[in-house]
Design a protein around this ligand. Sequence first.
Ligand SMILES: Cc1cc2nc3c(=O)[nH]c(=O)nc-3n(C[C@H](O)[C@H](O)[C@H](O)COP(=O)(O)O)c2cc1C
Length: 218
Amino acid sequence: MFYETKKNNHGLKYNPFKSCIVPRPIAWITTTNDDGSYNCAPYSFFNGIAADPPMVMYATNGKQPMGNHKDSISNIRRNGEFVVNVVPFDAKDKMNETTAPLQPNESEIEVAKLEIMESKIVTPARLKISPIHMECKVYKIIDLPTLKSNEYNGMVLGSVIGIHINDEVIDDGKVNLDKIKPLARLGYLDYSVVDNIFEMHRPEGSPRPDQVIKGKDK
Ligand SMILES: Cc1cc2nc3c(=O)[nH]c(=O)nc-3n(C[C@H](O)[C@H](O)[C@H](O)COP(=O)(O)O)c2cc1C
């Protein structure tokens, strides 16, 4: 089948687009509200976009049911900071609770009974249940096209200025994803989990990307 996205003439029960880009990692993003409390929400239009220096992106789409722009982007526009908390499989239900559209200064963190920890450099707190946190400062916000005048689509590019990794998930000098089992988003209401890891060696002579040390390839 083929459909033109402008016409949306796929003839399927649901829009298949998100099912074509899978699995998507989930950034459980914490930001600081204007009263100093913390906001928290999951975003799966998310990825790493550079390693040295490390950078991430996430995209915000549409609006909240009450008509406001989403709180995360509003907070980030105001103070330029956010934390990406990685979602372990064990936190899936709590993550889901934090997607509820609350009023700007209502706290998803309280609703989902999440414990928080201070960040080292930025003001938004980290979620204790996450084994990896990335402290980020906004690099740029790019407005994206929207089809409805009352909606907002935008992409936030962030510089990762600090990374916390729980020592318990580091084995033999490597992050042991078997201990985290990161949650991933598929299409519809479907999710996946990273629980089947295998290694593949690159052709002879290629550098191992994770072992590149500044200035020299190992
Ligand atoms: C797993 C998951 C992934 C999501 N990904 C996105 C996303 O990439 N972009 C987006 O705008 N909303 C996404 N949402 C919906 C937001 O989490 C939801 O609109 C939330 O209420 C926004 O909260 P905020 O206003 O506190 O930022 C996602 C929801 C879930 C459960």
